[in-house]
Design a protein around this ligand. Sequence first.
Ligand SMILES: Cc1cc2nc3c(=O)[nH]c(=O)nc-3n(C[C@H](O)[C@H](O)[C@H](O)COP(=O)(O)OP(=O)(O)OC[C@H]3O[C@@H](n4cnc5c(N)ncnc54)[C@H](O)[C@@H]3O)c2cc1C
Length: 408
Amino acid sequence: MAKQLHAVIAGAGIGGLAAAIQLARAGLRVTLLERAPLIDDAGAGIQLAPNASGVLREMGLLDRIMKFASTPEALRIRRARDDKELARLTLGPISEFRWGAPSLVIHRADLQRVLMETCAGERAISLRTGLRVTGFAVASGGVEIGALQGAEITRIDADFLIGADGLKSLVRERLGLGMADAPVWSGRTAYRALVRAADAPPSALRLETSLWLGAKAHLVHYPLRHGEFVNVVAIAEDRRPAEDAEDLWSIASEPAEISPVFANWAPDARDLVAAAREWRRWPLFDRNPAARWRIDRVALLGDAAHPMLPFFAQGAAQAIEDAAALGRAFTAQAGNIQAGDINAALGAYEAERARRAGAVVIASRKQGAIYHMRGLLAAARDIVMQRQSANQMMNRLDWLYNFTPAKT
Ligand SMILES: Cc1cc2nc3c(=O)[nH]c(=O)nc-3n(C[C@H](O)[C@H](O)[C@H](O)COP(=O)(O)OP(=O)(O)OC[C@H]3O[C@@H](n4cnc5c(N)ncnc54)[C@H](O)[C@@H]3O)c2cc1C
């Protein structure tokens, strides 16, 4: 009988957790190593586009996710200075009809909890928190992984290693893939806040995703946790030098830092920003897509492989797609895997994912330039948006949302 393969995954973010579930279901034993002592309620809302919710449905998780998620009825795009509606795309059931899965919004912690509970229910997965991967060596027949728990070094042997350790991935750096394309400070900062529904202006409570476009800044908001909160994300250009905190979610920001950006915006946008008491700041880094995601028995996944600016709200979605592709690559070997097949499976994973995720990185970058236009360029953009039919808008999203692996 073939021995059960053992995979180690560095990082238990959305990508690492989803990958652990997919590999366990492909018949592997999985050890997930997470440097944080516990996985907490960090973060705020995220949008789960149909290409992600479709994968989560295939994983059998959508019903549980729907207990926490909401389905916005529309995406509404407005001009920041005068509240002029530039475009409105009906979503709701249309998302299911057009792209085969719902467009959702959810608190990141709720999604993470569903993934963690699923991992806990899989006997083949062991999640070890408070362990920081510090290095690895590919040896004959496997990978030796070194991890630090407090002051103690632990060695873990695996058949292969997946680096799902985020933007500043140590695994990527040690593979030598990160040398030429280190993360670059984008000169933009995302500010995030949760506003209690009772404090928010009534217009922000509509079950839709609102996008406001201003000069050098934009604002996105949507109701979260079934209307208990409004999730607010403001992205603005920022002349400060890059910050370098390990846990980027934890940088607190004063309201006085944000409100000047919106001083000349329409009252509904201004009032929502003014209603937010606690802001968190997330400096945005950009990084070219890695040409290679894998060397030998070590491969990258999620932000470690393809961090992207959040203008298409696709980073977590692409990590979820990666996890599904990784699971498929090993399922294809149907429990009969030999040493050489690990390379074949990781190679198939890389081949399936690198081009698509790289395209999303580039598209997200371009979308950022469009959102933050000023002057004549912004005026031209607004005319194009107003003339666009709903069908034209959906056509432009098909490549992103209508994801099935057979088509890539
Ligand atoms: C402002 C903003 C808004 C966004 N909105 C959306 C959205 O609406 N929709 C969407 O799909 N995406 C969105 N994203 C992107 C999304 O948040 C990320 O792409 C996604 O969370 C990446 O998941 P990951 O698991 O690859 O990495 P991470 O979430 O970064 O997880 C990496 C994990 O690895 C751990 N780790 C790191 N180093 C080590 C080590 N050496 N040893 C052990 N553990 C380690 C970390 O502690 C962390 O838990 C947004 C991003 C930003 C900045």
